[in-house]
Design a binder for this molecule. Sequence first.
Ligand code: UDX
Length: 475
Amino acid sequence: MTIPYPSSQPMSAITPVVPPSGASRPRLTFLGTGYLGATYAICFAELGYEVIGFDVDAEKIAKLAGGEVPFHEPGLDELLRRNLAAGRLRFSTDIAETAHFGDVHFICVGTPQRADGMSADLSYVEASVTGLAQNLDRRALIVGKSTVPVGTAEWIEQLVDKHADSQLGVEVAYSPEFLQEGFAVEDVLRPNRIVVGVKSEWANSMLYSAHKGVFDLAATEDREVPLVVTDFATAELVKVAANAFLATKISFINAMAEVCEASGGDVTQLARAIGYDPRIGNRFLQAGVGFGGGCLPKDIRAFQARAQELGAGEALRFLHEVDLINLRRRNRVLQLAAELLDRRYGPAGPDLSGTRIAVLGATFKPNSDDVRDAPSLAVAAQLAKAGADVRVYDPQGMENARRAQPDLTYSPDMIEAVRDADLVCVLTEWSDFRNADPEALARVVAGRRVVDGRNCLDSTLWVQAGWEYRGMGRP
Ligand code: UDX
């Protein structure tokens, strides 16, 4: 009887193979130098690999090649400049050069939500795989890394069969990433696990060599990075399942916040108390305006759409509820604003005309300049739509926020944003806001009213300074 590959073999059983380029370590390419691809390209060069980052966007490539990271990620600029200088890292818009260079090609392009529904748009994956396959001139491994619907790796194989020379023996694998914005460098250099979906021993071995730098770094620090070798479908599902779990955890505590609001409980204490149970854990249990960003919202929607296509839609129906709970939290800020400003909350929301509101925070979380699906910016737009004169300030996200919501008014700093405000809404928990002095802010506002949309302020201090304070899910 033959055991289907992969079997659950120990790491020591992986036989090393010589990369097709003949180099001692596989040469790596990352196609798509957005957040994911650029971070991986830079970090893998840091681990000692020879790397090319490829993109069709010449402007992005010119910036990266010039030593400038086009987004905010702590620690990444320095690694970029160091590895460019060391000659291990290059950026290119030339697909033929990229195809010729690499042994292992990682597909890192975006898979956004489709404009016409909840499913993922795979057109960038298709374009990059096709372009690469057509230009390959020797054996290589193509690895999907972008978050994709289950079944995509099989489809990539079909694309490769169609567009690459069949004599070359090009293979496909899938290896999800789990990087969190703001911690991306650590997440790539020191991941808490590596998952690979492979169909052959050669692919497994190549991927192992492509990650050996990560395992070696762990060994020097007396750590171990667990490796899960599995099939395509499982590897693809691991990523969306992990994000669905995290989103569910956040919506769970936000649902508890709703019940606390109705019953007079305090969700922050509730979260602390249940979080002490190690089976529950206290991480991702912060109630507030909910989750946003480029991953969780789109991933839970695409997961539902894919399950529906597969006839397993019922199994993920709860994710629809997770999404609704999340979106309801944004309205809660409007309710609290209406309450504090003594405005009636009608069927079309409150009328906030004649009021001035400071919104502190525009990014979907602190230590990032990313405003994609940011609850803070969505609430700012809703407050403005309700008639309020809204002033937005964010330490890193101003440029992106202006592009996403050009009609809002932006202030150059926190004090200017809150000056003459009737209400201050803290919607992203930047440390500048958490540590702001409520006495100092009290001196410049028109009314001492604050909505703490992330339960990140010390309510006692604010109340002592004369503020009327409202948190999320708190009495
Ligand atoms: C997420 C996953 O964490 C990561 O593993 C995956 O690879 C990509 O998606 P990221 O989008 O960077 O990463 O953000 P994350 O830190 O997970 O936060 C997501 C959102 O949830 C943020 O808006 C954050 O403010 C919110 N959140 C997080 C809460 O509202 N409460 C919490 O307790 C935790």
